[in-house]
Design a protein around this ligand. Structure first.
Ligand code: 6PG
Length: 243
């Protein structure tokens, strides 16, 4: 298995520059693939500005919507109508009026339990990918978007939780979150998230300074464990790095 490449850190001026840089990277990944494209979105507040940008005419008209499939890296175990649902946020901002409906792949939170939802989503990912084994030479995703929480979690992979050590499952249930909102979660695991051409973290604002500092000292934190087998990019704004 190839080792992850070193992280590429990019500092931009502010959240607006962060969103436009992320949109340009997403577009570059789309343009690099003439076939079917898979983008794994993230929840939280960090990607909202990017999603708003993708909804604008200037960006939307550049995206070959008939070739792009949209997945989500983790979900809060709430109905799709709940404002806390991660995919609902992305759907509302841009997917529902732009993407092909059968190309939107939400985590099924109508399942009986987070683990059942995880099993169903893993099956869906495996059918999409075509086999049950991830081949490092054929990444599952073109791009995986990520955020970082105050405790160093990413997706719903929390520090010290068993989900972080999962090596076989592609998706797993997380009975209780480590930070707010405290509802059960469903998350892609490190091997599934790693199977991408690019993993792009978006980190902005003064409130992220403390965790960025901790990340530079503690390799064990989940956001330091999540790495692409291709390129990993840490996109930060000046406020987050204390400039
Ligand atoms: C979630 C997310 C989570 C998020 C980080 C950062 O469901 O909450 O997927 O991993 O990306 O907590 O959240 P913010 O962008 O809101 O800081």
């Amino acid at each position: 298995m190839p080792s992850p490449t070193p992280i590429n850190r990019i500092v931009v001026a502010d959240p607006a520059a962060l969103a436009s840089t992320a949109a340009a990277r997403l577009m570059a990944r789309i343009e690099a693939n003439p076939n079917r494209i898979a983008i794994c979105l993230t929840g939280g507040s960090s990607p909202k500005q990017l999603y708003q940008l993708l909804a604008t005419d200037a960006w939307a008209k550049r995206i070959p919507w008939d070739r792009v499939h949209w997945f989500i890296g983790d979900e809060r175990f709430v109905p799709p109508t709940d404002p806390l649902n991660n995919m609902a946020m992305a759907r509302k901002i841009f997917l529902d009026h732009l993407a092909q409906q059968d190309h939107i792949h939400p985590i099924p939170t109508d399942a009986a339990s987070p683990d059942e939802a995880a099993r169903r989503y893993e099956r869906e990912l495996k059918i999409f990918y075509g086999t049950d084994d991830l081949d490092p030479k054929r990444p599952l995703f073109d791009l995986v978007l990520m955020g970082v929480g105050p405790d160093g979690h990413t997706a719903s992979l929390f520090p010290g939780y068993p989900a972080l050590a999962e090596t076989k499952r592609w998706v797993t249930g997380v009975p209780q979150a480590h930070v707010e909102p405290f509802m059960p979660r469903v998350t892609l695991t490190l091997p599934a998230l790693a199977s991408c051409r690019e993993m792009l973290f978006e980190i902005a604002g003064h409130e992220k300074r403390a965790i960025l500092d901790k990340l530079s000292k503690d390799e064990s934190l989940p956001a330091n464990q999540a790495r692409s087998l291709g390129e990993t990019v840490l996109l930060v704004d000046r406020a987050a790095v204390g400039e």
